[in-house]
Design a protein around this ligand. Structure first.
Ligand code: AMP
Length: 506
């Protein structure tokens, strides 16, 4: 039997294909029938351009219903979809195009000339366009084609998508995800989060990342449900749409922005069943403030591009702030030391994951892939974590963020949690900075609402609680911490900005 992921979804569509799949903020409705037809037309266009099963199709497009249809068309045509962040510029595109060698690239109309230039130098033959409103050559050229397309048979291990991620270190790597990887994770999440008839998702995430493209949309498709589809996060729009939704998935920044909006009240949430957060750590403070304002506890989960979702706080049971919950059914999680020895419960080490959700490896990087897997099949995530006696996982940080100062290991999260607790502090990022004596020295970058708060007060407080080598040697105050579109603090930017603090070099 074909393992094409689209067939799995197709079997779950509502019997009445006139039921809504996507409703945009301005009220345009695309039904399940529209989805089936549009993806069929685009699949016909792609195959007509020479896309064969196993080929790659890249999309660097704004969020729109058509962007979702391209992904589904790729599944149907047996191609691997390569979604690209709209923030990527020339240098990055050159790398992605020459690495993935897509047969077709879909770009934004305003970048057509530039993208064609890059495509030419990388040997990519076909460039199509798609604008935010759904226009462009992709739509024009597929409009006259048949909506009938016999979805191509795929095996479980055949590739469905290649997602570029910076992963643990170095240059972006293409994570190869198979039809079965995506199906396994989607079915697990659909069940774990109790999707049921009548659910409506508020979709506010980008569709070039695993969170918005896979986690959110796959749950909706498996449930045959509608989603209210926002082009980008806007607190007023969320407040307007939430009363019609039952499930929302967001990054922590979405929740803090909602809490900052006076119009965000318990009443607005009256129809909601579940708020889910992930992609970056949710501060305990946000978790509790949200509960106080709305009566809901946010369900925090954790995963990554290479694996899909690995852990989740429970739907029924204790959702524990500061943890990312329990390993999902079918997913094994363990914590090891650098040599791969499994550590006792409660010890901090590297998080390793095994399960049907774990990717097939990095695109054309067999050596890199081999380095990131243990011989028994566990994937070394690069997250530092601990697992308590009840199985709850706490992420302490990324291995690459670990600071080694004078030979001592310092986990930034331990210090950040203490700083964040202080009056007047909004949030903090602790980083390692090159130091002539210690190798690295601890530095802290703090967003504070109290302009009177100074570095000495903070170090004074920390000295009472922490070993001296963990206390930041330098503290910077900023208006905002730099974050990417998934809400992750970009520590690499901070390290770059403050790298000369102790060395004095230019
Ligand atoms: P990405 O591949 O872009 O999805 O990034 C994956 C990484 O994001 C993980 O390895 C974690 O370091 C981080 N991450 C995702 N969700 C969470 C979470 N709920 N709490 C803390 N870190 C998270």
């Amino acid at each position: 039997m074909s393992k094409n992921l689209y067939d799995l979804f197709r079997g779950r569509f509502p019997a009445d294909l006139g039921q809504p799949f996507i409703e945009t903020v301005d009220g345009h409705v695309f039904t399940y029938g529209d989805l089936d037809e549009a993806s069929g037309r685009i699949a016909n266009l792609l195959t007509g351009l020479g896309v064969s099963p196993g080929d790659r199709v890249a999309g660097q497009v704004e969020k729109s219903p058509q962007a979702v249809f391209i992904y589904l068309a790729c599944l149907r045509a047996g191609a691997a979809y390569v979604p690209l962040n709209t923030a990527y510029r020339r240098g990055e595109l050159e790398y992605f195009f020459s690495d993935a060698k897509p047969t077709v690239v879909v770009c934004r109309a305003e970048f057509e000339a530039e993208t064609k230039g890059i495509a030419d130098t990388c040997g990519v033959v076909h460039v199509l366009t798609l604008d935010e409103a759904g226009g462009g050559s992709l739509t024009e050229r597929s409009a006259g084609l048949s909506a009938d397309f016999a979805t191509i048979e795929r095996r479980a291990d055949d590739l469905a998508a290649v997602l570029y991620t910076s992963g643990t270190t170095g240059r972006a790597k293409g994570a190869m995800l198979s039809h079965d990887n995506l199906a396994a994770n989607a079915l697990t999440l659909h069940k774990a989060w109790g999707w049921k008839p009548g659910d409506v998702l508020l979709h506010i995430l980008p569709v070039f990342h695993t969170h918005g493209l896979f986690v959110a949309i796959h749950c909706v498709l498996l449930n045959g449900s509608p989603m209210l589809f926002m082009g980008r996060f806007d607190a007023d729009d969320v407040i307007k749409l939430l009363p019609r939704a039952t499930v929302m998935m967001g990054v922590p920044t979405h929740y803090t922005r909602l809490l900052a909006a006076p119009g965000f009240t318990a009443g607005v949430c009256r129809n909601m069943r579940l708020f889910i957060s992930g992609s970056a750590p949710l501060l305990s403070e946000t978790f509790h403030a949200f509960e106080e304002r709305t009566g809901y506890t946010i369900l925090e989960r954790c995963g990554m591009t290479e694996t899909g979702m690995n852990t989740s706080n429970p739907l029924d049971g204790d959702r524990i702030a500061g943890t990312v919950g329990l390993a999902l059914p079918g997913v094994e999680a363990r914590v090891t030391d650098d040599d791969g020895t499994v550590l006792p419960v409660g010890d901090t080490g590297v998080l390793e994951i095994r399960g049907p959700n774990v990717f097939k490896g990095y695109w054309q990087m067999p050596e890199k892939t081999a380095e990131e897997f243990r011989s028994d099949g566990f994937f070394i995530t690069g997250d530092i974590a601990r697992i308590d006696d009840k199985g709850y996982v706490t992420i302490v940080g990324r291995a690459k963020d670990l600071i080694i100062t004078g030979g001592f290991n310092v986990y930034p999260k331990e210090i950040e949690l203490l700083i964040d607790e202080m009056d007047g502090v909004d949030e903090s990022a602790v980083i390692g900075l090159p130091h002539p004596d210690f190798g690295e020295a601890v530095g802290a970058v703090i967003k504070s609402r109290d302009k009177g708060l100074d570095g000495e007060t903070i170090t004074g407080y920390l000295k009472d609680t922490l070993a001296n080598f963990k206390v930041p040697k330098r503290i910077y105050f900023v208006d905002e911490l730099p974050r990417n579109s998934m809400g992750k603090v970009q520590k690499n930017m901070l390290r770059e900005q403050y790298k000369d603090t102790f060395t004095g070099s230019s």
